[in-house]
Design a protein around this ligand. Structure first.
Ligand code: SF4
Length: 342
């Protein structure tokens, strides 16, 4: 089976009804769609609220604009000195060599840029990005993201890792990816070997949102990374209709830990366009996290975070840094400044 990339293929695979065709053509004209065979096979066709389908199968709700939607919800553009680099924090920089993914999440926070047009940095732009990192000795950690950098070949991943590790001040190379769960056959021994470099530590941050994503092939791919000595941490997004209940969150966090992955971040959903149907309130999120804490050890607890819109960075949604206002919220950033949040 090949990835599902058209509405006709969605209908053929029984992932949507034929009557949705015209509407979903409008959705996929606006936001990229691709569903890997592993995830398509996982969808329960008899469950209209299936949490796997909800993550990847387009829906009419994506055409609804909410007043709080933002095309660049976490403010990447405000901190991008050169193409492919976002330098928001002094000691670390995001490096985006490619803006595509093997599967497109319907709640993607970069959906206005990921999966559209030219996806990979040109050799010239790559050179400029490496030069920027070289010229900034304060950058201790480089976070490869995108898009999903694990769609690159082992050869290209190896080249990037070696060039970064040759920069003396880059000590940590962190790869953000969804591939080990959504397209695990890419994680070959050759691919894993390409991640290991002599002069920097490799870390993988795995994006996973539901315990059912951990199919046997995904567990094998994850074990291959762990067996190579690569520490794994997780990132999950708290999403209405997918994992915003304490039983699912508990099962997800336990599954991560059982697979040697330390739960790291639980993201409050961003204000990406056409994703309002996935959002819950901060209060609901805080209550869920409190319930989770009552059930599991600290080992299974991620930090519940919000990226403050406008590029003011990620902050934990701790009680003292979040205040209810008349029609929304106020969030305190790392500098102690307060920002309104709808
Ligand atoms: S894997 Fe990340 S970048 Fe890719 S579609 Fe999902 S949220 Fe967006």
């Amino acid at each position: 089976m090949t990835p599902i990339k058209t509405v006709a293929a969605l209908i053929d695979e029984g992932l949507t009804a034929p009557g949705t065709r015209a509407t979903l053509e409008n959705v996929v004209a606006r936001y990229a769609m691709s569903i890997t065979p592993d995830m398509a096979a996982l969808v329960d066709r008899d469950d209209p609220g299936d949490p796997i389908a909800r993550q990847f199968v387009p829906s009419e709700a994506e055409l609804a604009a909410a007043p709080e939607d933002r095309p660049d919800p976490i403010g990447d553009a405000a901190h991008s000195p050169v193409p492919g680099i976002v330098h928001r924090h002094k000691d670390r920089a995001l490096f985006m060599p490619i803006l595509t993914c093997p599967i497109f999440c319907r709640f993607c926070f970069r959906r206005e840029s990921v999966g559209k047009g030219e996806s990979a940095l040109s050799p010239e732009a790559l050179a400029v990005a490496f030069a920027y990192i070289e010229a900034h000795p304060e950058i201790w950690e480089v976070i490869l993201t995108g898009g999903d950098p694990f769609v690159l070949s082992a050869r290209r991943v190896g080249e990037i890792a070696r060039r970064l590790s040759a920069i003396p001040h880059v000590r940590i190379i962190r790869w953000h990816t969804r591939v080990p769960v959504v397209d695990p056959s890419r994680i070959t021994d050759e691919f894993v070997a390409s991640l290991i470099v002599p002069d920097a530590t490799t870390i993988v941050a795995l994006h996973a949102n539901h315990p059912r994503e951990f199919l046997p092939a995904a567990r094998v791919a994850i074990a291959r990374l762990i067996d190579a000595g690569i520490p794994l941490v997780s990132q999950s997004v708290l999403l209405k209709g997918i994992n915003a209940d304490v039983d699912t969150l508990e099962a997800l966090m336990r599954t991560l830990v059982e697979n040697c992955i330390k739960p790291y971040y639980l993201h409050h959903p961003d204000l990406a366009p056409g994703t309002a149907h996935f959002r819950l309130s901060i209060k609901e999120g805080q209550e869920l996290v409190r319930s989770l804490r009552a059930r599991v050890s600290g080992l299974c607890m991620p930090t519940y975070v919000l990226d403050i819109p406008g590029g003011f960075a990620k902050v934990p949604l701790n009680e003292g840094d979040v205040e209810k206002t008349g029609d929304g919220w106020r969030i305190r950033d790392q500098q102690g400044n307060w920002h309104d949040y709808p």
